[in-house]
Design a protein around this ligand. Structure first.
Ligand SMILES: [Zn+2]
Length: 179
């Protein structure tokens, strides 16, 4: 389901991570080591060759904290700040010019999570982070990039989740008037 054009860089990777799980379709690409390796490869991110169950749990927890952040909830913030502290990496400028992240005892997963967090921080500083949102439908929560001038979009796709919401509101009104 890609109803809107993908978010521009650097947020594209954040959107991609959040949407590795699709609630409406009961799909989650990050439940197996192979799934995590494939996603990281597609995004050009470092990844352990053989992710452990702990790695998978950590990434999914990180992903859901991001989903909460994009949805405007405060719940995910402590997890995200915890990861900022935990990865123990620091940025290092390289000729190219490139930015690399290094640190003592850091793993490929630390580096991948740092890359995603850096995208969040960068977009937070330039103001574009508020355009990356999650769908207002409780059972959807798909991440979409809101290109509307006043940043007022609520649904991943108006014709899908917006229409479902209207239908529910219509049924509720009807039940209230006829019941
Ligand atoms: Zn939706």
């Amino acid at each position: 389901m890609t109803p809107r054009p993908a978010a521009p860089p650097p947020l594209a990777v954040v959107q991609s991570l959040v949407n590795t799980s699709e609630l409406l379709e009961d799909r989650d690409d990050l439940t197996t080591p192979a799934g995590l390796v494939a996603w990281a490869a597609a995004e050009g991110l470092p990844c352990p060759a053989r992710p452990t169950q702990a790695d998978l749990t950590r990434v999914r927890r990180f992903r859901e904290a991001l989903r909460q952040l994009l949805g405007g909830a405060a719940g995910g913030v402590s997890t995200l700040n915890g990861e900022l502290a935990r990865t123990g990496t620091r940025p290092l400028l390289q000729a190219g010019p490139l930015v690399e992240f290094t640190g003592d005892d850091t793993t490929a997963l630390d580096a991948a999570i740092t890359r995603v967090l850096t995208a969040v921080l960068t977009a937070g500083l330039d103001g574009s982070l508020r355009r990356l949102k999650t769908c207002a439908a409780e059972d959807c929560r798909w991440a979409f990039y809101d290109r509307s001038p006043n940043v007022v979009s609520r649904w991943c796709e108006t014709s899908v989740c917006g229409a479902r919401h209207k239908m529910r509101a219509y049924r509720a009104r009807r039940a209230a008037t006829t019941g």
